[in-house]
Ligand binder design. Structure first.
Ligand code: IMP
Ligand code: MG
Length: 339
């Protein structure tokens, strides 16, 4: 296995951080590189009892041997990035592409004060939209022009392609989710770029032929923050009763929720050319699955759901997350012949 792209199949917050952190420990990638929009993403990683929240750095950081990179298509907020580098003490293994767009204070202010963005769309208020506008206008500053970032600047697309040409393992981390893609999502209630697998590759600077696996991540139920349609949406009371009521990592807002949606999942697999599925929060749906690592020990109804997904969507469920910790994971890739 060389190049795996990990993408979100619903509206973001599918638990990609958890899946990516497990894969980082298990597959020992030489490089983990982030695509996606920017610090509007929030990933939660739990490893050996310690919880980390990340907005800029790849979630693979729990593997100390993995180089951590950010692709040219990703917006960088230098304040958020420098804070994370200091917090996790990873400065010696971080490279940011020289051509990342930069989020400035004025972008954050605009995102938070604009009646349409704040009121109608319900953005994360992290400045991503206004910064991408300036990028498109070709007036945005780039990472290579920011002195505080100078120690971390490099040619990420070259480094990634070079590692791939030597047969090294590279994990490409997507952020957000298919249905908040600017092109394929529930417009206008979407983020400010495409975020499907091909866009994540473009962010990093690799073409479709470089990719061996597209692993799409679905939560066992669907959640969404901000406005926009959510088929089968539950009331907050119903969600709370089921244990599905979550709070957003970046904004602290309550996430709206709905049952697993086979139609959305099937279309997301198509849009991403996914060849395998990871399901997260399986222990929330099936408490008896909590922290299990062996598929055969799952309760019958949980196995049935996996079977239904595989029959309905026609690609294998290779990874099942049964708890927040990176190690609470059922990995079926070997038995399915995927590694
Ligand atoms: P923006 O990307 O901050 O402009 O927000 C646009 C929409 O995308 C809002 O509904 C946000 O809640 C949503 N969004 C952006 N990034 C994420 C994410 O990482 N997870 C979940 N929702 C997101
Ligand atoms: Mg998130």
């Amino acid at each position: 296995m060389t190049c795996t792209v990990i993408v979100g199949g619903f509206f973001g917050d599918e638990g990609k951080g958890k899946i990516v952190s497990y894969l980082a420990i298990k597959d020992n990638p030489k490089i983990a590189v982030r695509g996606g929009v920017g610090p509007n993403a929030g990933h939660t990683v739990v490893f050996k009892g310690t919880e980390s929240k990340l907005r800029m750095l790849p979630s693979a950081l729990i593997n100390e041997k993995t180089k951590l990179m950010i692709g040219a298509g990703v917006l960088v907020d230098p304040n958020v990035l420098m804070r994370e580098i200091a917090q996790f003490n990873v400065g010696n293994r971080v490279t940011i592409d020289k051509q990342c767009g930069i989020i400035e204070e004025k972008h954050i202010e605009k995102d938070r004060s604009d009646a349409y963005l704040k009121g109608k769309i319900g953005t994360t208020g992290t400045g991503c939209g206004p910064a991408n506008v300036e990028r498109i206008m070709r007036i945005a500053r780039l990472s290579k022009d920011v002195p505080s970032l100078s120690n971390y600047i490099g040619d990420v697309s070259f480094l990634v392609n070079d590692a791939l040409s030597r047969g090294e393992t590279v994990h490409v981390e997507g952020t957000q989710g298919t249905y908040i893609s600017l092109y394929h999502g529930t417009y206008p209630f979407v983020t400010t770029k495409d975020v499907t697998a091909s866009a994540i590759c473009a962010d990093v600077g690799i073409g479709p032929k470089a990719v061996n696996n597209v692993l799409i991540v679905f939560k066992a139920y669907v959640t969404r923050v901000g406005a926009g349609e959510l088929p089968g949406e539950l009331s907050e009371q119903e969600a709370e009763k089921k244990g599905w009521l979550e709070r957003a990592t970046v904004t602290g807002r309550t996430r709206r929720s709905a049952p697993f949606n086979y139609e959305l999942a099937k279309r997301a697999v198509m849009l991403n050319s996914a060849n395998q599925i990871a399901i997260t929060k399986f222990d929330i749906l099936f408490p008896a699955a909590k922290n299990l690592r062996d598929f055969s020990l799952l309760p019958a109804e949980a196995k049935k759901m996996v079977e239904n997904i595989e029959n309905g969507i026609k690609i294998p469920v290779s990874i099942i997350s049964t708890g927040a910790d990176a190690e609470a994971t059922i990995d079926r890739r070997k038995e399915l012949g995927l590694i």
